[in-house]
Design a protein around this ligand. Structure first.
Ligand code: SDX
Length: 428
């Protein structure tokens, strides 16, 4: 007999069904709560509220588990490629060689962007933050492909929109960097794989041939895989909510990019690097900054630490920390910021304030060290997060549409003034 939950309100008992997922997570289904009782629930920040049922990503915050379509993140990070993981997330299975070759080829074929996109670039001040440009230009794809806005797209039309988005975001992201640096833009090359092509567009110069370093390509693949999806986080929930209004994939993802930009979310990777640089400038005394993070009167937070779901090590942080050591050793880089990060981590992990609150390093704590080592500037870090997260956003948007989920429209509890009459201005 399936379990049920009983709520007793005003002396009356109301049974509600309990549902259980494939990983034995349980939820009380309150879909009929307001119809039956007139009550709604209140859960600021949705800390206890499931917005949907999803078959894409499973994470267990207590055990530090993360799986994409059932495959452990540790195995995918070590054995897969970003484009293969993108296919897995979006289509629900690991591709055959033929399917992967076709998916990669389709993406390669669509990396070029309309020449008018360059005109939009020219309109941005060179100091514009790359995330502002990225969200604007991804949304502009609805202008270049107006058919993408139709709510009743066929599978083939959705697949074409997916390919276009996966392909063009890498070109646009690289161009945001070139625009920011005042460098000439590099056009995509069809003879390079996804990560190599991105690095080429980022770092090639007309005057200096960019040599593809397979160690950097491998590190970038791993970083993008680790960022590819993370169930119903803030930016993914934004993509789903915007998409639930039958808004286009491009418009929904553009909204997700803006949510990710927030310093409490994906913007944290830039904040971590700036925090480490501030500690370095201040003489490197990590204990001073640990004290600031604990001080309730100080707005300073240990960026890259803590997580809404992980109350154990973020499995991604463990992999990125190991990769940071490997990449820096391989490239012969001795980055003092890595040492500061390691000291900060050790200090926090032994401090009661962080232990009691189960605050551990998250995905953003070490990622910036690797991006810096491969030459990516701090302001581009969150763009890199968006590049990695795109397949997850696409998969979640697609699942929401395929499951015909209703438009998202939360309720509220009103706490404002009760009814009162209008007062003429000369009577106020
Ligand atoms: C990402 O959701 C996802 O899956 C996100 C993400 C993904 O892949 O999509 O994993 C990516 O966004 C990672 C998180 C990146 N953000 C940061 O690193 C910013 C620093 N961390 C925090 O601001 C915070 O930990 C959050 C935002 C990540 C989580 O916030 P919560 O769950 O709302 O927790 P909270 O703010 O209520 O904190 C609980 C307690 C508070 O202290 P008390 O009021 O209990 O005394 O912990 C404290 C907080 O003050 N706390 C911190 C802290 N994080 C929480 N104190 C100091 N430094 C921190 N970093």
């Amino acid at each position: 007999m399936a379990e049920s939950a009983e709520i007793i309100l005003d002396g009356k008992s109301y049974p509600f069904p309990v549902i259980e997922g494939t990983e034995h997570e349980k939820a009380i289904d309150i879909a009929k709560l307001r119809d039956l009782t007139g009550y709604v629930t209140l859960d600021s920040g949705y800390k206890n509220t499931g917005a949907t049922k999803s078959a894409i990503t499973f994470l267990d915050g207590e055990e530090g588990i993360l799986r994409y379509r059932g495959y452990p993140i540790e195995q995918l990070a070590e054995q897969s490629s970003f484009i293969e993981v993108a296919y897995l997330l979006i289509y629900g299975k690991l591709p055959t060689q033929a399917e992967l070759d076709d998916f990669s080829h389709q993406i390669t074929k669509h990396t070029l962007v309309h020449e008018d996109v360059r005109k939009i670039f020219d309109g941005f001040p060179s100091a514009a933050h790359p995330m502002a440009i990225l969200s604007s230009l991804i949304c502009s794809l609805t202008a270049f492909y107006p058919e993408s806005v139709a709510p009743d797209l066929s599978k083939e039309e959705i697949d074409l929109n997916v390919i276009r988005l996966m392909a063009k975001i890498s070109t646009i992201a690289a161009w945001t960097y070139k625009n920011n640096m005042g460098h000439p833009l590099n056009y995509p090359r069809n003879d390079l794989d996804y990560c190599s092509n991105f690095l080429y567009m980022m770092f090639s110069f007309p005057t200096e041939k960019y040599e593809i370093d397979t160690r950097i390509v491998s590190a970038l693949n791993k970083l993008l895989i680790l960022h590819a999806d993370h169930e119903q986080n803030c930016s993914t929930s934004t993509v789903r909510l915007v998409g639930s209004a039958n808004a286009s994939l491009y418009g929904s993802v553009s909204a997700g990019i803006n949510a990710l930009w927030g310093p409490l979310h994906g913007g944290a990777n830039q904040e971590v690097l700036e925090m480490l640089q501030a500690i370095q400038r201040d003489g490197g005394d990590t204990s001073k900054f640990i004290a600031k993070a604990k001080d309730k009167n100080d707005s300073f937070r240990l960026m890259g630490f803590g997580h809404r779901v992980y109350k154990n090590f973020d499995p991604r942080a463990k992999i990125i920390k190991k990769a940071a050591d490997e990449v820096l050793a391989a490239l012969g880089i001795d980055d003092p910021l890595l040492k500061i990060a390691q000291e900060l981590e050790q200090a926090a992990l032994t401090d009661q304030y962080f232990i009691e609150r189960k605050l551990y390093p998250n995905v953003d704590f070490y990622s910036g060290i690797i991006y810096r080592a491969i030459g990516i500037p701090t302001e581009m870090f969150t763009v890199m997060f968006a590049l990695g997260r795109l397949p997850g956003w696409i998969a979640q948007w697609k699942e929401m549409r395929e499951n015909k989920e209703p438009i998202g429209r939360p309720r509220q509890i009103y706490t404002g003034e009760t009814e009162r009459n209008y007062v003429a201005i000369d009577q106020r």
